[in-house]
Write a protein that binds this ligand. Structure first.
Ligand code: URA
Length: 195
C-alpha cells in the first residue's frame, strides 16, 4: 500500500489563478487502497475551507445516496480533477486540468481502484478524453487505459445536478445503486454501511 506524496501536491503552484483563489489544496480523502474511487471536478467553497473533498451541498447529496446504498464513505476514496478552488466556482480550464493531471494519475496509481466513478461532465470528459452527454450516459461503464493499466470507469451525473431536478436525482440514485451492485458482485469486505 502506498502513500500519497502530500508535500508534492501541497507545494504545487503551477496555476497562477488557482494559487490566488485557493485557501488550501484539497487532496483526495478516504481509504488509500479503496476499490472504488469517485472523481469530482474541483473543490468548492466548503472544500476549500475544510481541506476535504465533497463537504458542501453536493457532498451531502453524495453522502445520502451512498448511505441509501449501503456504502460507507470511509470504505471508498473521493478526489477531484483539480485540487484548488477556481474562483466563483467556475469550471477548471483545460490548462488547469492538464496541470493537475499528474496528481490525479498518481493518486489513481496508488489507490489502484477496481472501479472509477466520474462525477459530472468535466470529470467524465477529462478521464475519457471525449465529449460525454452525462444525463444520457450516466450508468454506463467503459474500460479506459490510464498510464498503461486498463480500468473500469462508471459515468455518473454530478450530485449538484440533482439539487433542483428530480429527474436527475433518479438518474443519480440509479447510478450510485450500480456502484453498490458492483461492490456486491465483488463481495468486498468492509463496504457495508452497517458493519
Ligand atoms: N464538487 C466537486 O466536483 N468536488 C468537490 O469536492 C465538491 C463539489
Amino acid at each position: 500500500m502506498g502513500n500519497i506524496k502530500e508535500s508534492k501536491v501541497i507545494t504545487c503552484e503551477k496555476c497562477q489563478s488557482l494559487v490566488a483563489s485557493r485557501n488550501q489544496i484539497v487532496n483526495g480523502a478516504g481509504k488509500i487502497d479503496a476499490e472504488v474511487l469517485f472523481i469530482g471536478e474541483g473543490p468548492g467553497k466548503e472544500e476549500d475551507l475544510s481541506g476535504k473533498p465533497f463537504m458542501g451541498r453536493s457532498g451531502k447529496v453524495l453522502d445520502r445516496s451512498l448511505e441509501n446504498n449501503g456504502i460507507k464513505r470511509s470504505g471508498i476514496r473521493i478526489t477531484n480533477c483539480v485540487r484548488c478552488r477556481p474562483e466563483g466556482n467556475r469550471n477548471p480550464s483545460k490548462e488547469e486540468l492538464f496541470n493537475c493531471k499528474g496528481h490525479l494519475y498518481e493518486e489513481i496509481h496508488i489507490v489502484d481502484p477496481g472501479l472509477i466513478v466520474t462525477l459530472g461532465k468535466v470529470s467524465s470528459e477529462h478521464l475519457l478524453g471525449r465529449e460525454v452527454k452525462v444525463t444520457e450516459e450516466s450508468g454506463k461503464i467503459e474500460l479506459i487505459d490510464i498510464s498503461g493499466t486498463m480500468r473500469s470507469l462508471l459515468i455518473c451525473i454530478h450530485p449538484a445536478a440533482t439539487l433542483y431536478n428530480p429527474k436527475q436525482k433518479i438518474i443519480f440514485e440509479s447510478t450510485i445503486a450500480k456502484v453498490s451492485e458492483w461492490i456486491m458482485m465483488k463481495k468486498l469486505p468492509g463496504m457495508d454501511y452497517d458493519d
